[in-house]
Design a protein around this ligand. Structure first.
Ligand code: MCA
Ligand code: AMP
Length: 504
């Protein structure tokens, strides 16, 4: 039995009346309810005629039924494809065209535009789900039988496709298997000493690896419970802390909590673990957090393509500025980015990963998949080193990527959108240090007409093209971009010049 759901369900509490999730307002959803609801969603999928391997694209506000739909997909062998709620209709059009989902689930407010895209792209079914878990999807689930015999699937069967933007060109759908996700969930549960008594404070979005797989799968793999919040709201987090034992977050969560005077040693007295990932956690934030709360944040490192790769230890030293040690079963090496030669310990190179956690390639992009592997090792695009105690540190990126508040933004995509505007001759987009988001997006624009400097006019036109989080927070106008002799924009120079863009 290799279905991820079956493997997780073997760890569910014997007493299925035990809580799985507490929702805002206090409603408690038990493991028995989880089994019934996920069965109902599995039946909805079967009822629509979905077969093993069919994709289910979901763009919905965070709500527990979306998680039940995810579990229903696992049980029925459908492939869950979550999409950031910030994506515009234009962005959605690409994902639906590329993934060819059999079912698209969206917020009722977007039904008209999503139904139009689905019809044009040949996606046969569209259902709705709102922030309260109401809609045509959940109405169908209400009417379905609450039992379902979970399908037996091979390890390599696809469980999910998550899109990551490409450094150049189109977004790529990372294909994640039941086996890869199971290996990672159990490795993390063991590393972080997760148990049935744990209560996770869940404030992350559930359309990315962090909130969907790390947070949810680890909880299920331990028969633990979660306090399921709609998003990161400091008041709600403060109110939940006394009932929680574990919190997972991006660095911005912890930066914001440290700004809150209520966030004290007493406030976290019930907590046993704070985990950070998705973006670099500065050593300063790590130290300030330890001084304030007595807790050393446990930083770990992952990617959409690999799930989690390394983690600081639960027992033992959690070293600020490092992402810790390879997880059980995962191998990490450092290679020369150009030649691929494996580098001696201590030298900086590109981080490469091998293990049961790896994805099964990019959806319908065999060449792109091949280009990102070297001898079976996945080339992460992150630059790092391994110290003499085996701790991995990330020191930079070989890929042109900005991470803002835990969301990835590929400058090439923003530059393409800017360059299409009639006022823009050319542009270059870089990340600048941002006190809240880690990095903020800065665009350097050469206008077609000398003297044009209307940033708002450009921003307005980007509104329908790019998700809000990808849009430049600052636009600087210049006569020309600094280029090297090959005609390539010198981004490191721009980064230096614009380094204080967001410093107050
Ligand atoms: C919201 N905005 C953002 C971001 N989030 N802009 C840039 N970067 C962002 N991350 C926009 C909003 O639309 C809003 O625009 C404005 O910025 C200010 O919003 P604010 O209220 O400050 O933001 P928020 O709603 O509080 O959201 C910030 C957040 C959120 C809580 C940090 O972005 C978040 O939950 N991030 C987590 C991302 C995550 O889960 N990443 C994991 C990826 P306007 O003012 O114009 O309306 S998985 C991963 O990376 C790998 C696998 C891993 O290792 O985990
Ligand atoms: P994504 O695949 O879009 O989720 O983003 C993965 C990228 O996030 C990695 O390649 C890293 O660049 C970055 N990342 C994740 N965790 C960490 C971390 N703890 N420290 C630094 N960067 C991280």
């Amino acid at each position: 039995m290799a279905n991820l759901y079956d493997r997780l369900s073997r760890q569910f509490p014997k007493d299925r009346g035990a809580p799985f999730a507490t929702l805002p307002g206090g409603r408690v959803v038990t493991y028995a309810a989880l089994e019934a609801r996920s069965a109902q969603y599995a039946r909805v999928l079967q009822g629509l005629g979905l077969a093993v391997g069919d994709r289910v694209a979901v763009q919905a506000e965070k709500n527990l039924d979306m998680l039940m739909l995810y579990l229903g997909c696992l049980r029925a062998g459908a492939v869950f494809l979550p999409l950031n709620t910030a994506y515009t209709a234009g962005e959605l059009d690409y994902f639906i065209a590329d993934a060819e989902p059999a079912l698209v689930v969206c917020d009722p407010t977007r039904l008209e535009s999503v139904a139009e895209i689905a019809a044009r792209r040949g996606a046969p079914h569209v259902l709705t789900l709102d922030a309260a878990g109401a809609g045509t999807a959940s109405a169908r689930a209400d009417a379905a039988e609450p039992e379902f015999a979970t399908l037996d699937l091979p390890d390599e069967a696809l469980a999910a496709i998550l899109y990551t933007s490409g450094t150049t060109g189109r977004s790529k759908g990372a294909m994640l298997s039941h086996g890869a996700m199971a290996s990672n969930a159990f490795a993390l549960a063991e590393c972080w000493r997760y148990g049935p008594e744990d209560v996770l404070l869940h404030a992350l979005p559930i359309f990315h690896t962090h909130g969907l797989f790390v947070a949810t799968n680890v909880t299920l793999a331990s028969g633990a419970a979660m306090i399921f919040l709609p998003g990161f709201d400091p008041d709600a987090v403060m109110a939940a802390l006394p009932s929680a034992t574990v919190m997972m977050g991006v660095p911005t969560f912890y930066i914001r909590l440290l700004k809150d005077p209520r966030f004290t040693r007493e406030a976290v007295a019930h907590m046993r673990l704070f985990v950070s990932g998705s973006a670099p956690l500065s050593a300063d934030v790590h130290r300030e957090f330890a001084e304030r709360t007595g807790h050393a944040i446990l930083e770990r490192y992952g990617m959409t393509e690999t799930n989690m790769n390394t983690s600081n230890p639960y027992d033992g030293e959690r070293r600020p500025g490092t992402v810790g040690l390879p997880l059980p079963g995962v191998c990490v090496r450092i290679a020369d980015p150009e030649s691929g030669r494996v580098l001696p310990q201590g030298e900086v190179g590109v981080i490469e990963i091998k293990g049961p956690n790896l994805f099964h390639g990019y959806w319908r992009m065999p060449e792109k998949t091949a280009a990102e592997f070297r001898d079976g090792w996945f080339i992460s695009g992150d630059l790092g080193l391994i110290d003499d105690h085996g701790y991995v540190s990330i020191v930079g990126r070989a890929k042109d990527l900005i991470i803002s508040g835990g969301y990835n933004i590929y400058p090439a995509e923003v530059e393409t959108a800017l360059d299409e505007l009639p006022e823009v001759r050319e542009s270059a987009v870089v990340g600048a240090p941002h006190p809240d988001m880690g990095e903020g997006v800065v665009a350097v624009v050469v206008p077609r007409e000398a003297g044009f400097a209307d940033a708002e006019r450009l921003t307005t036109q980007l509104r329908d093209k790019l998700a809000r989080f990808k849009q430049p927070r600052r636009i600087v106008f210049v006569d020309e971009l600094p280029k090297n002799t090959m005609g390539k924009v010198q981004k490191s120079l721009l980064r230096e010049r614009l380094a204080d863009s967001f410093q107050s």
